[in-house]
Design a protein around this ligand. Sequence first.
Ligand code: FE
Ligand code: FE
Ligand code: ZN
Length: 302
Amino acid sequence: MLLGCHVSFSFDGLLGSAKQAYEYGANTFMFYTGAPQNTLRKPLDEKYILLAKQFMKEHGIDINTVICHAPYIINLANQSDMQKWNFSIAFLRQEIDRCLQMGIKKMVIHPGSAVGISHEEGIKHIISAINEVVRDKDIVILFETMAGKGTECASTLEEVKMLLDGVEDIHKFGVCLDTCHLNDAGYDMKEFDVFLEEFDQLIGIDKILCVHLNDSKNERGSHKDRHENIGFGSLSFDALLAILYHEKLKEVPKILETPFVSKTNDEQKREYPPYRFEIEMLKQKEFNPALIDQIRKYYKNA
Ligand code: FE
Ligand code: FE
Ligand code: ZN
């Protein structure tokens, strides 16, 4: 079972990320190579990369399962400003180089939003951009399934398939299933085998290379994209557990992107990472309704 979570990259880069993941009881992880909402990057420190690799080896984290998440400010579907679009391509290529420098070979990307254009048009733009992005790069790009908030592309398997059908080198591409997004897009995660069958028929199960394991604050088909802590949302603990331990997804890393817990019930102030507790609960295979209070207690006393 490969279970990890989103971790910070801001302390000693990859080394800090790996240490944080291990501390949470994870055996894999996902990180952003810098602030996801901007394009400022500081150069990587080779010393920390070596130490990170050593740390991972010694603590049972296989670097081949580690995932990078592309910054979400990038919108490859929007070609209205060609200068911006070209910048996005160049920036992503630079992010890929950073990944390769660390030995990370998989990058998840939100495909894009079709602002003021049709989804078909948007998908065409994404395809031509992404073919440029991966040119000469030894990387695997994972298109994330989206909730369909606003004008987001890839909230249906048909659109994900359109993307994959358009790429020049299919070996450089895969899919990242986000369970919250799929629920919000209308897919029934409580009937995961039905979903998996549909995915297999349309795209092929071997293309699933990552799962974002999240509960959802909203009902199926809401197109909202608001993540919830494991077992506290509309997907249910049992449905998420079944996905985590699914026979056919054994080799696929599952990554938690669940919300931080607030000190009080203040939605704005989210300070306590839930991952250590959610990972433990998922390993125990039993839902703990008192989890949120336990997280608060733990961090208050820490
Ligand atoms: Fe994402
Ligand atoms: Fe996600
Ligand atoms: Zn989301």
